[in-house]
Design a protein around this ligand. Structure first.
Ligand SMILES: O=P(O)(O)OC[C@H]1O[C@H](O[C@H]2O[C@H](CO)[C@@H](O)[C@H](O)[C@H]2O)[C@H](O)[C@@H](O)[C@@H]1O
Length: 294
């Protein structure tokens, strides 16, 4: 059997990444993955206030006319679908545990954990009801415990409540804790994350297009995200030559210092301009030798 070595993905300081204007998208077929919070909408105080603007919706819809587009979010699939409200996209909610897409595609990972997550959420609501500014968000296949609005002095109480609930049976064996931007997340214990979901979706796009295994040689995956949970996807897609775009404002204190992304953008406005540039490229393919997005 032939073997080949896949180089390990590189981590690097995000401040040293080139910005997305320099991406050579070549003539390959694009497959675009988009995180939601912090990527398509700015980070805001109240989770439910992070609604998509009409211009961003139009840019996503425009690109989706030319390339498969997937939204990969920590939010519940139904909620992110409702917020984005563009048809014919792939939607992966709860960090990829709950997926749907065109043609009736449906994949749910660890459905057995859903009632356990519901029970954990109820416990957390009790533990946190006296902590001003804390909130518990039901993402169906995950639970988000928000502490952005919690006073500095009370933040240890939030972390303590999450750890106390996670120490109880059956949670301690079935759930795992992760951290994001001013949020703790409980997810099912499983070898699944945004990276696995992105690989699954890439293969589903291949199947939908009737591609054989050499189909992967002709595609250019692009993943745009801003949070630590997106690092799994940057890493998983790297062997496919993916362009990983980190949305990282210069003053962003919530960014990890090192990333598996290959490029960066400053903010949500830059993301929209980037999506428009990709769509424009598909509408008027660049002449040979001029394949960048600008
Ligand atoms: O994977 P994502 O689409 O980036 O979702 C990650 C979490 O995003 C949301 O929380 C974050 O954004 C909120 C709105 O800007 C902000 O208030 C919060 O502090 C952030 O953590 C969402 O509410 C979570 O459910 C997602 O898991």
């Amino acid at each position: 059997m032939a073997t080949f070595a896949v180089p390990p993905p590189q981590t690097r300081d995000w401040r040293e990444l080139p910005d997305a204007k320099t991406i050579d998208t070549g003539t390959k077929r694009l497959v675009v993955f988009l995180d939601y919070d912090g990527t398509l909408t700015p980070i805001v105080e109240a989770s439910d206030a992070a609604v998509l603007t009409a211009p961003m919706r139009a840019s996503i819809a425009r690109l989706a006319r030319h390339a498969p587009v997937a939204v990969v979010s920590g939010r519940a699939r139904e909620k992110v679908r409702e917020f984005v409200a563009v048809e014919n996209l792939y939607y992966a909610g709860s960090h990829g545990f709950d997926i749907d897409g065109p043609g009736g595609l449906r994949k749910q990972v660890k459905t057995s954990a859903v009632p356990i997550l519901r029970a954990a959420r109820s416990q957390l609501e009790v533990w946190l009801r006296d902590v001003a500014g804390a909130s518990v968000e039901d993402n169906v296949f995950s639970v988000s415990i928000h502490w952005r609005g919690v006073a500095e002095a009370d933040r240890p109480r939030v972390a303590g409540a999450v750890d106390a609930v996670l120490a109880l049976a059956p949670f301690r064996t079935t759930l795992r804790k992760f951290s994001g931007k001013c949020v703790f997340e409980l997810r099912p214990s499983a070898a699944w994350n945004k990276g696995e979901a992105a690989l699954y979706l890439l293969d589903m796009v291949r199947k939908a297009e009737g591609g054989a295994h050499d189909w992967f040689d002709g595609v250019q995956p692009i993943y745009v995200g801003d949070d630590v949970t997106d690092e799994d996807a940057f890493k998983a897609l790297a062997p496919f030559g993916a362009v990983g775009v980190l949305v990282a404002p210069a003053d962003e204190s919530e960014r990890p210092a090192r990333t598996h992304a290959t490029h960066r953008l400053r903010d949500v406005d830059d993301v929209r301009a980037f999506l428009d540039a990709l769509a424009a490229r598909a509408e008027a393919p660049p002449a040979t030798g001029d394949a960048s997005t600008t």
